[in-house]
Design a binder for this molecule. Structure first.
Ligand SMILES: Cc1cc2nc3c(=O)[nH]c(=O)nc-3n(C[C@H](O)[C@H](O)[C@H](O)COP(=O)(O)OP(=O)(O)OC[C@H]3O[C@@H](n4cnc5c(N)ncnc54)[C@H](O)[C@@H]3O)c2cc1C
Length: 282
């Protein structure tokens, strides 16, 4: 199907882009989700604001205690940079196929806020902070407040997610991501997936963040799991017991790829795997 008619602008600067944004506009980065949804007429923007020609948004920068991933950094670069914590890098490496990873952007995957996307879970577990810019200034939004509902983020219509900040992994910290992809493989949207970040000191878990995707109405933190992990030694038994709390506060959604019962089961399986792998990655 063809999309409805729309205007297209390709600004050369952020200021020009802000000037083109309005109530019926959509930002386009890689177009890997926007274009299919426009063709299905699920999105019918009046204006597409293509940010692909704006300079300075395509780098991963080291800021000492954190890195920042610019709005035009592709999944493939996030996956391979070596500077990105494992949970997010792995999520990027498992996003779609080679073509999608070479076109789609990490910030686009976050802004798109698909219920079954990979990188939102990685960003949540890594404690990411979204940097949203508009003509009126800059807002920093913690990942835990960014994913609002299915395909709905905390971004306003006039804002561009110009970068995402990720704390650098410190001593005693490890992270991981794993999922079951829809067609049985791993490079496809998640039937269910989980990302985990853990910090261990003196033999016990001092802090943890665990996030789910594909299971509920949005990618979200599983705070109960993190709470149950803290203070334990991170043994298999402790991790498995903590994973029993994976669905606290989660409304499990049945879809074409799994019943509520199956997804609930998978959530615990992938939380267990992600936490064990994060501990192994310290
Ligand atoms: C065949 C195929 C397989 C895929 N498989 C997977 C998969 O396995 N896992 C997965 O997670 N995803 C998958 N995707 C989606 C893919 O990862 C997209 O690249 C990603 O969701 C969006 O990134 P993009 O840069 O292409 O964004 P676009 O398609 O350009 O935009 C997507 C949405 O985000 C908004 N947006 C984009 N960038 C910004 C920004 N900087 N600021 C504000 N708003 C912005 C747009 O307005 C739009 O609403 C797949 C896509 C395809 C086509």
């Amino acid at each position: 199907m063809y999309p409805r008619q729309f205007d297209y602008v390709a600004p050369g600067s952020l200021d020009e882009a802000f000037g083109a944004l309005g109530d019926t506009s959509k930002v386009m980065a890689g177009g890997m989700s926007l274009i299919p949804l426009m063709k299905m007429r699920l999105f019918s923007p009046g204006t597409v604001v293509d940010i692909g020609r704006i300079g300075g948004l395509d780098t991963i920068d080291d800021h000492g205690d954190h890195i920042s991933i610019g709005a035009l950094v592709r999944h493939a670069e996030t996956a391979s940079s070596g500077a990105v914590p494992t949970a997010l890098a792995t999520a990027a490496s498992l996003t779609g196929d080679v073509q999608v990873r070479n076109r789609g952007t990490t910030c686009g995957a976050l802004a798109h806020a698909d219920v079954a996307a990979d990188q939102p879970a990685g960003a949540l577990a890594c404690g990411a902070v979204m940097v949203a810019q508009s003509a009126s200034g800059t807002r920093e939004i913690p990942a835990s407040e960014f994913f609002v509902d299915a395909l709905t983020s905390a971004l306003h219509h006039d804002e561009i997610l110009t970068s995402v900040k990720i704390p650098k992994a410190g001593d005693g910290e490890g992270s991981a991501y794993d999922k079951l992809g829809r067609r049985g493989g791993r490079s496809d949207y998640a039937v269910a997936g989980a990302a985990a970040w853990v910090k261990k000191s003196n033999g016990s878990i001092e802090a943890a963040r665990v996030a789910l995707t594909g299971v509920g109405t949005k990618p979200q933190l599983a705070d109960g799991v993190a709470e149950a992990l803290v203070g334990t030694d991170g043994s298999d038994g402790a991790v498995e017991a903590a994973a029993d709390r994976a669905l606290e506060g989660v409304t499990v959604l049945e879809d074409l790829y799994g019943s509520e019962e199956y997804k609930s089961h998978l959530a615990k399986v992938y939380v267990t795997r992600a936490v064990k792998q994060a501990l192994a990655n310290i």
